[in-house]
Design a protein. Structure first.
Length: 144
C-alpha cells in the first residue's frame, strides 16, 4: 500500500546555490548531507548509472523533504532552464504557504522570478515562480 510522497529529488549543477535558495529563502532545514565516490556498486544499482558519484543535501520543511543532488559522475546533461509546465516530466513542486501575498513580495524582493502575481482561484491563491536552476515552485494558500 502506497501511503504518500516522502520526498522529491532535484539534480543541480550548483548544490550550494540551490541549498541557499531552499534553506535561506524558503525556510527549509538541512537534515543531512552525504556523498558517494565512484565505485559504490549499490549507488550505481539504485540510480541505474555507471560509475556514479554525487553529493546530496536533504532538506525538510514540515512533512516535506527535498533531496538536492550534484552529480560529479557521470557528466550530467543540462536540463532545459525554461522547461514549460506543459512539457513532459516532473514540472513543479507545490509549497503550501500562509499569507501568499506577503511571501510573494518577500521572495520577489529577494530576486525570485515569478510568472505572475498571486491569482485568485476561488478556494485558493496560487502563483508559480522559479528556483535558481529554473525549476518551477508553486506557492499555494488555501483560503480560510
Amino acid at each position: 500500500m502506497i501511503k504518500g510522497i516522502f520526498h522529491v529529488g532535484i539534480s543541480t549543477p550548483d548544490l550550494g546555490q540551490l541549498v541557499e535558495f531552499y534553506r535561506d529563502l524558503l525556510g527549509f532545514k538541512v537534515m543531512r548531507k552525504f556523498s558517494w565516490p565512484k565505485g559504490i556498486d549499490i549507488a550505481d544499482t539504485i540510480t541505474g548509472l555507471k560509475d556514479s558519484a554525487a553529493s546530496v543535501v536533504t532538506l525538510e520543511l514540515g512533512e516535506t523533504q527535498i533531496e538536492l543532488f550534484q552529480f560529479e559522475s557521470p557528466e550530467p546533461r543540462p536540463s532545459e532552464p525554461e522547461l514549460r509546465v506543459c512539457d513532459h516530466g516532473l514540472t513543479h513542486i507545490c509549497l503550501r504557504v500562509k499569507d501568499l501575498h506577503c511571501e510573494y513580495e518577500r521572495l520577489k524582493n529577494a530576486g525570485m522570478r515569478f510568472h505572475c502575481e498571486p491569482q485568485d482561484m476561488g478556494l485558493t491563491w496560487v502563483t508559480y515562480g522559479r528556483d535558481p536552476d529554473g525549476n518551477v515552485v508553486e506557492l499555494l494558500e488555501h483560503k480560510e
